[in-house]
Design a protein around this ligand. Structure first.
Ligand code: HEM
Length: 148
């Protein structure tokens, strides 16, 4: 194959930038495996939530696929993936969205236990695993809205 010397071949991919800004490979979302990984995480999480005596009653309409979709797309967006969550649901305002639900310290402990177990299951690389666990601990603490 010959190349026109006035138009030297360009590298097809750089890790730092692309025409549309940051390259997708720069995001945590891409580094951990994209949508497939987030789907496995959230499905493992809800598999346990739906049989948890404290948490399950908070999901009265049993719209589990909807709940999986909302949490997956939110996490994907947070970690640099597609902004599908906000395109469909608007600004997250998570504390406000949790206000109708009794997020007690006990509920928080149950939620975190299932999320840590789901992270055990998907076994991310150590740096990413630590970042996810740090994030969920802080986010869950911020969500507590009832003290009994
Ligand atoms: C601390 C304990 C928590 C409890 C008991 C809890 C419970 C719930 C419940 C009952 C819902 C409604 C079901 C639904 O619409 O999907 C919900 C929604 C949601 N939760 Fe949590 N949650 C907790 C923590 C968190 C944390 C830490 C995050 C994020 C880091 C989070 C993210 C979400 C999202 C994105 C939704 C969907 C919001 C929407 O678009 O309507 N939750 N949660």
């Amino acid at each position: 194959m010959t190349h026109d010397p006035t138009h030297p071949p360009q590298p097809r991919l750089t890790l730092r930038s692309s025409e549309s800004g940051a390259a997708v490979t720069d995001t945590v979302w891409a580094q951990v495996g994209g949508t497939e990984t987030f789907d496995r995480l959230v499905r493992a999480f809800y598999r346990e939530v739906r049989r948890d005596p404290v948490l399950a009653p908070m999901y009265p309409d049993a719209d589990w696929e909807g709940a999986i979709w909302r949490l997956r797309t939110f996490f994907e967006q947070y970690w640099g993936g597609p902004a599908t969550y906000s395109e469909q649901r608007g600004h997250p305002r998570l504390r406000m969205r949790h206000a109708p639900f009794p997020v007690t310290p006990k509920a928080k402990e149950h939620w975190l236990r299932h999320m840590h177990a789901a992270l055990d299951e998907i076994a991310l690389p150590p740096m990413h695993d630590a970042a996810f666990r740090d994030y969920i601990e802080r986010a869950a603490l911020a969500m507590v809205n009832r003290f009994e």
